[in-house]
Design a protein around this ligand. Structure first.
Ligand SMILES: Cc1ncc(COP(=O)(O)O)c(C=O)c1O
Length: 423
């Protein structure tokens, strides 16, 4: 792992804090590990770019041959800008409106539809086209209720029992279904979830129902060990079961189909960290509160999902461990990165690394309290480079005022370039 205290200290010194750091070599390692764990000749890794859409990350995955799981027109345009040909993207958005479908269809991307309502409307507008269908795997799993996507209590996918209705629409409008898709949840905990979901999808994926299949896509959800007691899943072992199952299915189907997965966290989570600086230590009777220069809009997982992120005191790693609440600079009580966490003694000015923040960190971020998002720095082949500049507060406000239809007086004297980034 190249995110060593020495390099992190150097990065903070050069680029300031808060700053996200991504180890691109680690992402490459994870990609190759995934390929090895699922040795299927027609394996396709569709990176779920919702996890981290940083252009350096996308370009790295592009160079490795990844495909993209895109969920919005923005994803589509960003992936294209980073070199992904449209044939390497699958579009799996939720609750699309007609104008979004039309916008996306103009690009020629493969659409993945997950509701009967949308399928019916799509079929009328785009008869005879190639399409992927998202079914609900009817398996409930995930590391938090908010990211379990299987089962009939969620909005995702067409229920398996609606197969007859699906087949009727397909037949009537001559749709060519080339792929079936499911995604069970993020951070799958139960050992059999993926294979159970696969079996459920395979049970409808017969030649009789879908004669034109080219691939089955079993989504993402591959867990990474965030917590102190969590260990890495043995994906090589899991891969053996999955390949055996899929191979039997292909034999029965009569064709070697593509095996698609959509890992997000698996590829990027452990490759990233958020560097923050401690600026305030407050001792409230027995509780020590450690205040940093970031906050939940920049890394929302702890507040949103009660997610655990390991935190290291980069500046003082070997001191006596003490218990802290590590909080941000936002005006919510829940603005915490960690509660009652034992960390090597923290002093004002210390640099903390919030680890395993490479997925659903920056990507879920926003500018609540009008605090601009952190800079993004990458490490590749031992070299550090700035990937995305930090937006200044002035540039952030300028970009909002530029879109505003209200008149306002310009509060700045600083010259800002067209994009709103300080020149
Ligand atoms: C359809 C789909 N595919 C893939 C993923 C990626 O999940 P993960 O990052 O857990 O691998 C998600 C995440 O929500 C998803 O909704």
């Amino acid at each position: 792992m190249s995110l060593t205290p020495r390099i992190l200290t150097q990065i903070a010194g050069t680029y300031g804090t808060p700053t996200y750091v991504y180890d691109l070599d680690r992402i490459k390692e994870r990609y190759h590990y995934f390929q090895e764990a699922f040795p299927w000749p027609e394996l396709t890794i569709c990176y779920a770019m919702k996890a981290n859409y940083n252009p350096s990350v996308l370009k790295t995955l592009h160079s490795l041959g990844a495909f993209i799981d895109a969920v919005s027109p923005g994803d589509l345009y960003m992936a294209s800008a980073c070199g992904f040909d449209i044939s390497r993207i699958i579009y799996t958005a939720n609750n699309m409106k007609d104008s979004e479908v039309d916008e996306v269809m103009k690009t020629g991307v493969l659409m993945n539809i997950g509701s009967l309502s949308r399928l019916g409307k799509y079929a009328v507008q785009y008869p005879g086209t190639r399409l992927c269908l998202r079914f609900n795997p009817d398996v409930v799993d995930g590391e938090h209720d908010k990211i379990k996507t299987g089962g009939d209590l969620t909005k995702f996918g067409i229920l398996l029992e609606d197969l007859d209705k699906v087949l009727k629409i397909i037949k009537k409008y001559g749709l060519k279904i080339i792929g079936l898709h499911e995604h069970t949840g993020s951070g799958l905990i139960k050992p059999d979830s993926i294979t159970n979901a696969m079996k459920n999808i395979m049970s409808v994926a017969t030649k009789h129902n879908f004669p034109d299949l080219e691939f089955l896509d079993f989504g993402g959800g591959f867990k990474v060990p965030y917590g102190p007691d969590e260990t890495e899943t043995d994906y090589k072992r899991m891969g053996q079961d999955i390949i055996a199952l899929f191979s039997d299915f292909c034999d029965a189907y009569g064709k070697k189909l593509g095996l698609y997965f959509e890992p997000g966290k698996f590829l990027t989570a452990t490759a990233g960290c958020l560097l923050v600086e401690v600026n305030t230590i407050k001792t409230n009777r027995k509780k020590i509160i450690c205040g940093t220069d970031s906050g939940f809009p920049q890394l929302i997982r702890p507040m949103f999902y009660d997610a655990y992120h390991r935190i290291e005191n980069v500046s003082n790693p070997k001191d006596k461990k003490m218990e802290y609440d590590i909080c941000g600079n936002i005006c919510e009580t829940g603005d915490l990165f960690a509660k009652s966490r034992k960390i090597s003694r923290i002093r004002e000015g210390d640099l903390l690394s919030i680890n395993d923040a490479g997925a659903y960190g920056y990507a879920m971020g926003g500018v609540y309290n009008l605090r601009p998002m952190p800079a993004e720095v990458v490490i590749e082949n031992g070299r550090v480079r700035l990937s995305r500049r930090r937006q200044t507060s002035q540039a952030l406000v300028r970009s909002i005022l530029k879109e505003s239809t209200e008149g306002f007086s310009d509060p700045f004297n600083t010259p800002l370039d067209e994009t709103g980034v300080q020149a």
